[in-house]
Design a protein around this ligand. Sequence first.
Ligand code: 5GP
Length: 125
Amino acid sequence: MPIDPTLPYDETNIFARILRGEIPNKTVYEDEHVLAFHDIAPQAPTHILVIPKGAYVSWDDFSERASEGEIAAFIRAVGRIAREAGLVEPGYRLLANTGVHAGQEVPHLHVHIFAGRPLGPMLAR
Ligand code: 5GP
């Protein structure tokens, strides 16, 4: 079920539990502000999720409330993860579902990195 982005942060969401170490993950990258891991149900040969360690529901919440340091760390980490995975050539796609119409299912900000094959049109037709 898509989440309601107006609800407060839910400490029991699956990515909060991953951040607390309660659920295992296949970590790709970690620093003070950011964790990245492989998606459990990959939709492309490479499908990585990048999340901030802070409690942010969505891109909307993060862009409004996060500090400059958290935002810079997050954006740089997304680029670095893709670069170090060798995805810059031939390319990759970033996706951040936000709210009901986007079908956001986990109420903790995550950016999807998709790569590894031609990814087709931007939206399903
Ligand atoms: P959304 O639809 O919210 O943009 O994407 C949520 C993503 O989280 C989905 O691609 C889903 O496969 C992934 N996901 C859900 N639960 C888990 C989990 O427990 N571990 C990992 N690694 N990914 C998960």
